[in-house]
Design a protein around this ligand. Structure first.
Ligand SMILES: Cc1cc2nc3c(=O)[nH]c(=O)nc-3n(C[C@H](O)[C@H](O)[C@H](O)COP(=O)(O)OP(=O)(O)OC[C@H]3O[C@@H](n4cnc5c(N)ncnc54)[C@H](O)[C@@H]3O)c2cc1C
Length: 525
C-alpha cells in the first residue's frame, strides 16, 4: 500500500477515534476490505514469455477491454504491459477523484505556454492529467458515463471510418453495460444489462443538482437520457460507479478475468519502443526495475497507451513526420503526420456562484467523521458524489430550446467550487498570485456551485511532438486551446447562459450570486 494512503488513513483514524469510537473499527474494516480488493486485480507476471500472440501496451480504458475480449479466445496468449502500478481501493472513493492527480497515478503532463490559453495558471501551462495505473485514466476520471451523440459517430463514418457509425458502435455499448439506474429520466430500453461495466448514479444528490435539472425544464429544455443517441437536454449524471464506489475499466474488465491462464500482465513496465521489421510491428522493448526487456508478438502489437503516450511511442519507433524524426536523428520507418491534429475540449473551469445555504460540498468533508462514517459503513453521503460533479447539460448556445440543433456546449454542474474546496485550485494549476488576489477565502467557509463549460466540437487544434529521443522524457504538448476564435464565442455565450440557469425560480431559494471578482489581468476587458 502506498505511503499517502497509509498517512491519510492514519490521520483519519486518529481524527475519528476520539469523536466516533466505532469508526476506528470501520477504518480497520476498510483496510481489510482493501486487502481483499487488491487480490482481485490480475497479478504481476514475474517471468513473462519471450513471445505472445498479442501484446497490448497500456492497461487503461481501451487496453483493459481489449485484454478481456482477446483472452476469450483460449488459444491466444496475451501480454498486457502497464507503466503504472496496481489500483487501490482508496482511489474508488468518488469525491476524492481530484486528489488522485497529486499522486504517482498521474503522468503529470503540462501543456506548453501559449498566447491564447492557460495564462492564469502556473508557468502559463495547463495541467493535463492522465492515469498511470492499472485502469489508466478511468481511475483518475470523474466517472461520467457519456457515449456521445449518434450524429458524431455518423459524421466520423461519413469521413470514411468504416465501422464507426452509431448503428455499428451502439450494440457494443449495450453489450458492455450493466445499467443499475432505475430512475425515470433514463430510458432502460436504450441501455444494456448484465455487461461488465456498471452504470449507476451517486446515492447522494444535493439540493443544488435538483435545482439545476429543474432550471433546465424551466428554460424549455427536456430532461434527457443523454446516452440515448441524442445528448440534448439537462440531466443528472450517469456514472461508472457501483455501490457508491468508482468502477474503473480495470475493475470492470480485468478483475473478472484474473484467473484466465492466457493473460499475463506486467506492471510498472514502461514500453520504450515498438520493434519494427520492415513495415510490421513484431514486438516491444520495455524497461522494468531499471532492466531492459524485449518481447515479441506473433500476431499484433496493440498500442493503447493514451492520446499522449501513443503518438510519443510511435514517433520514438520511427513512425511520424519525416522532418521531425530526422531532426532528432530517429530512423524513419513510415512518414506519417503523427502528433498533428491534436484535439481536446477547451473549457472555462471557473464559472462560480455563491449560495447562502449550507448545501454544497466543503473542504472539511474529507475529515468530517460523520461524512466518512457514511461512506465507509454505508457507501452513501457526500463522498459518493463523483468528483463533486452531479449534473450535466448539452445545449446549443446560439439557438433557443426546442429548435433543431446540435449542442455545442456541455455544462458540467458541480456541487462545490474552488471557493469551497480550495485544494481544487491546485488541480487547475491556478497561479499563486491569482489565487491570493481572487480565490483565497482566507479560511472563511463559503458555499457555492460551479458550472464547468466545455466546447463540444472544438475547432482549435494542437500538436504533440518529441522533446528528445529519451523515452522517459515528457513529450511537448502544444494543446492549441483557443487558437480558433469560434471556440471562444461558444464559451462567452455559455457564461451568459449560466446566468439564465441561476436566475430561474428553481435556484431562487439559494440566492445564487455570480462570483465575479475580476482577475487583475482581465479587469481591462
Ligand atoms: C481527470 C480526468 C477526468 C476525466 N473525466 C472523464 C469523465 O468523467 N468521463 C469520461 O468519459 N472521460 C473522462 N476522462 C477521459 C477518459 O478517462 C479518457 O478519455 C480515457 O480513459 C482514455 O482511455 P485510453 O485507453 O485511451 O487511455 P488511458 O486510460 O489513459 O490508458 C493508457 C494507459 O497506458 C499506459 N501507458 C502509457 N504509456 C505507456 C508505456 N509507454 N508503457 C506502458 N504503459 C503505458 C498508461 O499508464 C495508462 O494506464 C477524464 C480524464 C481525466 C484525466
Amino acid at each position: 500500500m502506498r505511503w499517502w494512503v497509509i498517512s491519510v488513513l492514519g490521520v483519519l483514524t486518529l481524527a475519528f477515534a476520539a469523536e466516533y469510537p466505532p469508526l476506528l473499527a470501520h477504518v480497520l474494516s476498510y483496510l481489510s476490505q482493501n486487502m481483499r480488493y487488491s487480490s482481485k486485480e490480475p497479478p504481476d507476471t514475474p517471468k513473462p514469455k519471450a513471445e505472445y500472440d498479442f501484446i497490448i501496451v497500456g492497461a487503461g480504458s481501451a487496453g483493459s477491454v481489449l485484454a478481456n475480449r482477446l483472452t476469450e479466445i483460449n488459444d491466444w496468449n496475451i501480454l498486457l504491459i502497464e507503466a503504472g502500478g496496481p489500483e487501490i481501493m482508496m482511489m474508488n472513493i468518488p469525491m476524492l477523484a481530484p486528489m488522485l492527480q497529486f499522486t504517482s497515478a498521474n503522468w503529470r503532463y503540462y501543456s506548453e505556454p501559449s498566447k491564447h490559453a492557460c495564462m492564469g495558471l502556473k508557468g502559463g501551462r495547463c495541467p493535463l492529467p492522465r492515469g498511470k495505473v492499472m485502469g489508466g485514466s478511468s481511475v483518475l476520471n470523474f466517472m461520467v458515463y457519456a457515449r456521445g451523440d449518434a450524429r458524431d459517430y455518423d459524421g466520423w463514418a461519413a469521413m470514411g471510418n468504416k465501422g464507426w457509425a452509431w448503428k455499428d458502435v451502439y450494440p457494443y455499448f449495450l453489450k458492455s453495460e450493466d445499467l443499475l439506474i432505475k430512475d425515470n429520466w433514463v430510458q432502460p430500453e436504450k441501455h444494456g444489462k448484465g455487461g461488465y461495466l456498471s452504470v449507476g448514479t451517486a446515492p447522494y444528490k444535493s439540493p443544488l443538482v435538483h435545482a439545476f435539472v429543474k432550471a433546465g425544464v424551466e428554460l424549455g429544455y427536456k430532461i434527457s437520457d443523454y446516452n440515448s443517441g441524442d445528448i440534448s437536454g439537462f440531466s443528472f449524471v450517469q456514472s461508472t460507479i457501483k455501490n457508491g464506489s468508482r468502477m474503473s475499466t480495470s475493475q470492470a474488465f480485468l478483475h473478472p478475468i484474473r484467473k484466465r491462464k492466457n493473460l499475463n500482465v506486467v506492471k510498472y513496465a514502461m514500453v520504450t519502443k515498438i520493434i519494427m521489421e520492415k513495415d510490421r510491428a513484431v514486438g516491444v522493448e520495455y524497461i522494468k526495475n531499471n532492466r531492459r526487456f524485449t518481447v515479441r508478438a506473433s500476431k499484433e502489437v496493440i498500442l493503447s497507451a493514451g492520446a499522449i503516450n501513443s503518438p510519443q511511442l510511435l514517433m520514438l519507433s520511427g513512425i511520424g513526420p519525416r522532418d521531425h524524426l530526422q531532426s532528432l536523428g530517429i530512423k524513419v520507418v513510415k512518414d506519417l503526420p503523427v502528433g498533428y491534429n491534436l484535439m481536446d475540449h477547451p473549457v472555462i473551469g471557473y464559472v462560480i456562484y455563491t449560495v447562502d445555504k449550507p448545501v454544497s460540498a466543503y473542504e472539511e468533508i474529507v475529515t468530517d467523521a460523520k461524512v466518512i462514517d457514511d461512506y465507509i459503513h454505508h457507501r452513501k453521503g457526500l463522498l459518493t458524489i463523483t468528483g463533486g460533479l452531479e449534473g450535466v447539460s448539452f445545449v446549443d448556445v446560439f439557438k433557443p430550446p426546442g429548435t433543431k440543433s446540435f449542442p455545442n456546449l456541455e455544462i458540467q454542474f458541480c456541487t462545490s467550487s474552488p471557493l469551497s474546496l480550495p485544494f481544487v485550485n491546485a488541480n487547475f494549476g491556478i497561479s499563486d498570485e491569482i489565487y491570493n488576489k481572487v480565490y483565497n477565502m482566507n479560511g472563511k467557509k463559503v458555499y457555492s456551485y460551479l458550472m464547468f463549460m466545455t466546447v463540444m466540437h472544438p475547432k482549435s487544434r494542437g500538436r504533440i511532438s518529441l522533446r528528445s529521443t529519451d523515452p522517459l522524457a515528457k513529450p511537448r504538448i502544444d494543446i492549441g486551446f483557443f487558437n480558433h476564435p469560434d471556440d471562444v464565442k461558444v464559451l462567452v455565450k455559455g457564461v451568459e447562459f449560466t446566468k439564465n440557469i441561476s436566475n430561474t425560480r428553481a435556484f431562487a431559494e439559494f440566492n445564487p450570486k455570480l462570483y465575479d471578482k475580476p482577475i487583475p489581468q482581465c479587469a481591462r476587458h
